[in-house]
Each structure stands twice: as structure tokens, then as C-alpha cells.
Design a protein around this ligand. Structure first.
Ligand code: GLA
Length: 382
């Protein structure tokens, strides 16, 4: 990312005084759609993010310029001042959510840009929220702890962007650490950093470059299914707080009370919990075959039980299998975006070449390829 371009644009629009902040997108090794079910996730921050130059402007207005959209938005900080531009609503939402928690950032000017591919399942929106909440907390010395910073981003998504997401993306963007994945228990918010450097393997994302319509309403619907299944289990089992606490046996008890669809969604979530735990054990032993096997298991579950995959993603997953790739699966919310692949170094070139060629033949364009570099979370840059 060319920080100087952002600074120069800021200076030409708003003057010379500025600070620069960044917050990254994320990958997730395993543990998908588990965060809002009180389960585990296993994300890491990446070397792609949002970068913003920002400075207080002594007014009660925010003036924002997006380099990527080449567009300006100016808006106030009261509920009725919500901007029309979807990208500006993330910034507005962050400010509103801070105010709701009795933190009072003042007006500011900002110019920002990003290199997280949009709609690719790498959480460009969490990167945007996290950049601004981190920056405002720092600039105004508000003393908000990092968990609350992540929650402010998540509430922004819920209340201003229409997605009832879990906490994984904002958590990863704020807490990321170079060379480390994080295993987060989303019920307790306890987490551990895991050094991640699989010797002899590469981790690569293949981006289908498709984003299917209605992804956010389909996401919210999945969440409702899970909550419904959980509610039915809780009638007899008060100790179950989240769906991830339940077992398949408990799910069987209520199978006839819920729709087949809700049953399949819940089955996936309960299975996914075990897969994450298996991967943690396997990583400690350096057993990447098991890691990869569980990744394929997650893909199957997301495709056939949770039904958040699509033809393009299933096709890439099949190619990975054919090429002998150790692990491969759809990453993030689904309905398009990327697969994450754990591939032996000696197979890498052949896999990428085959995937590009076959995908192009079938869908008329090549997937994009991103090598994963696990990097630091939200920070100020000089
Ligand atoms: C999106 C959401 C996350 C999480 C993933 C699926 O990225 O923002 O909270 O639910 O989907 O694991």
C-alpha cells in the first residue's frame, strides 16, 4: 500500500497535520460460523488492510475521502446524520457505537484506502471498522480496551450494515500478531496465540472473485437457524448456553421439533467445534495431514450441511483434492470469496497452474491468488 499517496491526498484536501493508522483483514484456519454460536475460531491477521490518514477538525462533522471509490462523504455524528454511501456508514457506525458507550470522539477529517480485496471473505469491513475505532481511541485518548474496540466494530456491523456477525473478524483485526494464529473461545473471549509456520507447506488463498447476492440476509438466516435449534435444546438442558456447547445426542433429542434445515445447520456447528479442537491437537504435534483432513471436513459441512458454498468454491475444493493438496476449504462467511489451502511446497506451482487453467475453462476467468502472510493487528504507523 502506498501510504504516501494517502498522505498526499490528505494534505491536498485537509492540511498537513495528520496521523496514519492501519488495521488488517484476516484469514481463518478453521472454525467457521462458530463465533456467534459460542464456539472456537482460529484466525490470523494478514498483510493486507485499510490505511487511514486522520486528523481532528474541531467541528462536529466528519469529512471522509475514499481513494478506492474516489468519493467524498460529509456527515454529522447524530443518528439522523447517517450517510448514504455504504462505505461511509462503517465510519459513521463506529462513531455512533462509541457514543452509545459514552465515549465522545469529536469531528475529524480522513482519507483512506485499502488493499484487502472486497467481498473475498478476508474481512475488509472489519479492517475498516477496526482502523477507525483504533484511531479514534488513540487520538482522543479514550482508554477503551481492545475487546471493547472489537465489539464496537461488531455492533457497527449489526446496527449500521445489516450483518449479524460474530466477533471473529474484528477480534482478529485488532489482536493480530505477526507469525501467530489466535485460538479464541467466543463464549468466554479467552484466547491464545499459536506460532504458525508450517515447515514445508504454504498457505494460499484462491479467490473465486464472485460474491453472490443476498449474502448478508442468508448469513443472518443461518444465525437464526442456530439460535432456534439452541432454544429447543435449552428447554430440557438449561446448562447449554450456546449451540456449540451441545452434542449431537442433544440435537437428536429435538430433531423432530425443528425443521430439517435448522437441524442440518446445527449439525454442522456441533461438528465444526470438534474439528477445531482436532486441529489444535494436530498443530501441536506438527501433524498437518490431520489439519488438512479437518479442513476438507469443514468444506463438506459448509457446502452440504450449512449450505454457504457455491459452484465456484466447490470446484476449487475439488481441484485441490485432485492435486493432492493437504487441506482446502471455503473461508469466511461463504457465498463466494476464497478457499484457504494448505499445500506442500513441492505441489504449489502445479496446483496454482491447474486451478487457474481449469477454473478459467469453466467460469471464464481465473481465480486470484494470495499467499498468506500472518501479520500484526491494528496500529499507528509513522
Ligand atoms: C463472517 C462474519 C464472522 C464469522 C464468519 C464465518 O466473516 O463476520 O463473524 O461468522 O463470517 O465464520
Amino acid at each position: 500500500m502506498d501510504i504516501n499517496q494517502i498522505k498526499d491526498k490528505f494534505k491536498s484536501l485537509f492540511g498537513n497535520e495528520l496521523r496514519v493508522y492501519t488495521s488488517p483483514g484476516r484469514v481463518n484456519l478453521i472454525g467457521e460460523h462458530t463465533d456467534y454460536n459460542g464456539g472456537y475460531v482460529f484466525p490470523g491477521a494478514i498483510d493486507k488492510g485499510i490505511y487511514a490518514a486522520i486528523n481532528p477538525n474541531r467541528t462536529d462533522k466528519i469529512r471522509a475521502y475514499s481513494i478506492d471509490y474516489q468519493a467524498t462523504s460529509e456527515f454529522g455524528m447524530r443518528e439522523e446524520d447517517a450517510p448514504k454511501e455504504p462505505w461511509a456508514r462503517y465510519i459513521f457506525g463506529v462513531v455512533r457505537e462509541m457514543q452509545k458507550r459514552c465515549f465522545q470522539p469529536k469531528g475529524f477529517d480522513t482519507v483512506f484506502a485499502g488493499d484487502v480485496p472486497l467481498g473475498a471473505g478476508m474481512s475488509s469491513s472489519a479492517a475498516l471498522e477496526s482502523t477507525f475505532v483504533f484511531a479514534l481511541n488513540d487520538i482522543y485518548n479514550l482508554g477503551i480496551d481492545k475487546f471493547e474496540l472489537a465489539r464496537i466494530g461488531q455492533s457497527t456491523e449489526h446496527n449500521y450494515c445489516g450483518v449479524k456477525c460474530g466477533i471473529m473478524d474484528q477480534f482478529a483485526s485488532i489482536f493480530g500478531k505477526k507469525g501467530h494464529l489466535m485460538r479464541l473461545n467466543c463464549a468466554t473471549m479467552e484466547f491464545e496465540y499459536f506460532p504458525f509456520d508450517p515447515k514445508g507447506y504454504k498457505v494460499v488463498l484462491l479467490d473465486t472473485v464472485v460474491k453472490h447476492e443476498l449474502a448478508s440476509s442468508a448469513y443472518n438466516k443461518r444465525r437464526e437457524s442456530c439460535e432456534n435449534a439452541c432454544k429447543h435444546i435449552q428447554v430440557k438442558h438449561k446448562e447449554i448456553k450456546y449451540l456449540s456447547d451441545a452434542t449431537l445426542n442433544l440435537l437428536e433429542e429435538i430433531k423432530n421439533e425443528i425443521s430439517h434445515e435448522d437441524y442440518m445447520r446445527a449439525k454442522y456447528v456441533i461438528g465444526e467445534k470438534q474439528r477445531v479442537l482436532d486441529v489444535c491437537d494436530a498443530l501441536e504435534k506438527g501433524d498437518y495431514e490431520t489439519v488438512g483432513d479437518r479442513m476438507y471436513g469443514t468444506h463438506f459441512g459448509m457446502s452440504k450441511e450449512y449450505e454457504v458454498s457455491c459452484d465456484e468454491l466447490d470446484f476449487l475444493n475439488d481441484i485441490a483434492k485432485e492435486c493432492g493438496v493437504t487441506g482446502s476449504r471455503v473461508m469466511g462467511g461463504g457465498f463466494g470469496g476464497c478457499t484457504i489451502n494448505l499445500v506442500k511446497e513441492e505441489l504449489y506451482d502445479k496446483f496454482i497452474e491447474t486451478a487457474k487453467e481449469k477454473f478459467n475453462k469453466k467460469f471464464g476467468h481465473e481465480p486470484k491468488v494470495y499467499d498468506v502472510v500472518i501479520s500484526d493487528g491494528a496500529r499507528r504507523i509513522e
